[in-house]
Design a protein around this ligand. Structure first.
Ligand SMILES: Cc1ncc(COP(=O)(O)O)c(C=O)c1O
Length: 395
């Protein structure tokens, strides 16, 4: 077997040239505390026992790996959907939120803050805090509060305080800025649960490890179904990149498995209204790590656009920046309209309404031809209930 190359960062949190921890001095003690302790805590028997128990009995894992017969016939290949949409709270985000709330408790923190775009990470964090008895504050862009209203209601019902981010494009990156500001002001009492594989080291690795349960399950489920652990392809959508990191994790160093990521092209790459970071970005530092960032020549972040709140982000996690640069994974840009078409198609032919974010991953079938015998696993990262208004406006 080849050496581990892509799965985890080095000690300083670098995946190749990407990663690290670029944080203000006042945050350093917090980040350092996490760096020193995260691996010991999450690998401990006690943590794993509690985490695995909650994933099974509270979240409902293992999620099914469903052979999508109708979709497979349509695209003349063998398509399996990893049903993260069937998790409690409706997306993969709960895997990370539960793990990080458990970690925060072990670190003696009493207060949790989070940012959210689509609201799924906010709902997941509010849920984990309700279950495990911690105060929860969620920052969310004003634009996202309007377009993901059902999730805002859910967070409130779960006892969380939702604070609007009113700067910039009033979307995900602005919510991250507000959350980081809060963390600086409340560094000793508070744990910041970042919702994707972004942020300063150790967050990208921490979140990838907590989400890696997705590819861990795909392996034994495929073995059960087709007699081999490895598919030919794994496809996932990428905002910051956590569902993709979870779905790729145990395959990243297995060369025969090809990895495909779908980014939000918005109105199109040339339109000035896009969030396709690998196509439009350059090397830069955003939210505490060195990665690929959509920015002007002077290093000002360019406002992103995507119809899907969860992909509306001008950066990408360092894990993905490395896979992209090393050509280990192939990245596609999917427009708003293409994603809508794919969401409608899956709803009609499989009876599954996917999240708008997830629909970007499904659009890859319209861009790339697979062989008849290829086994293609798609991470169905979330369900579309939260996007119903948008779907009905466009149907
Ligand atoms: C259902 C769903 N899929 C994907 C994403 C994108 O996030 P990530 O790239 O971290 O998986 C989100 C973000 O909110 C989401 O809600």
């Amino acid at each position: 077997m080849e050496a581990i190359k892509y799965q985890n960062p080095d000690k300083e949190g670098y995946y190749g040239q990407f990663g690290g921890a670029f944080v203000p001095e006042m945050l350093y003690p917090n980040v350092e505390e996490l760096q020193d302790q995260y691996l010991d805590i999450i690998n401990s028997e006690e943590f794993q026992k509690e985490f695995r128990y909650l994933l099974k009995d509270y979240v409902g894992r293992a999620t099914p790996l469903y052979f999508a017969k109708n979709l497979s016939e349509k695209y003349n290949t063998q398509i399996y959907l990893k049903r993260e949409d069937l998790n409690h709270t409706g997306a993969h985000k709960i895997n990370n939120a539960l793990g990080q709330v458990l970690l925060a408790k072990k670190l003696g923190k009493k207060r949790i803050i989070a940012e959210t775009g689509a609201g799924q990470h906010g709902v997941a964090t509010a849920t984990a805090c309700a279950l495990l008895g911690l105060e929860c504050i969620v920052y969310m862009g004003e634009v996202d509060i309007a377009r993901q209203e059902p999730n805002v209601g859910r967070m409130k019902l779960l006892g969380a305080t939702v604070i609007p981010a009113t700067s910039g494009s009033k979307t995900l990156k602005d919510a991250v800025n507000e959350a980081l500001r809060d963390w600086i002001n409340n560094a000793t009492t508070t744990h910041y649960i970042i919702g994707s594989v972004v942020g300063p080291h150790p967050f990208p690795d921490l979140v990838a490890r907590l989400q890696s349960v997705i590819s861990e399950e795909i392996k034994w489920q495929l073995k059960e179904k087709i007699g081999r652990e490895n598919p030919d392809y794994v496809i996932a959508c990428v905002g910051g990149g956590s569902n993709a990191a979870g779905a790729f994790y145990h395959f990243a160093d297995e060369k025969e498995v090809k990895l495909i990521a779908a980014e939000a092209g918005g109105f199109g790459l040339e339109s000035g209204k896009s969030a396709a970071t690998t196509f439009l970005g350059t090397l830069g530092v955003l939210h505490g790590s060195k990665s690929i960032v959509m920015q002007t020549k002077d290093g000002q972040v360019i406002e992103p656009h995507s119809i899907s709140a969860g992909l509306d982000y001008p950066g990408i996690g360092p894990f993905h920046a490395n896979l992209f640069t090393e050509k280990r994974a192939q990245y596609f840009s999917i427009t708003d309209d293409e994603a809508l078409e794919s969401a409608f198609e899956l709803s009609k032919i499989e009876g599954i309404i996917p999240a708008l974010e997830t629909a970007h991953a499904l659009s890859v079938f319209t861009k790339k031809k697979f062989n008849e015998n290829d086994v293609v696993v798609v991470c169905l990262s979330g369900r579309g209930d939260k996007d119903l208004d948008t779907y009905l406006q466009h149907i």
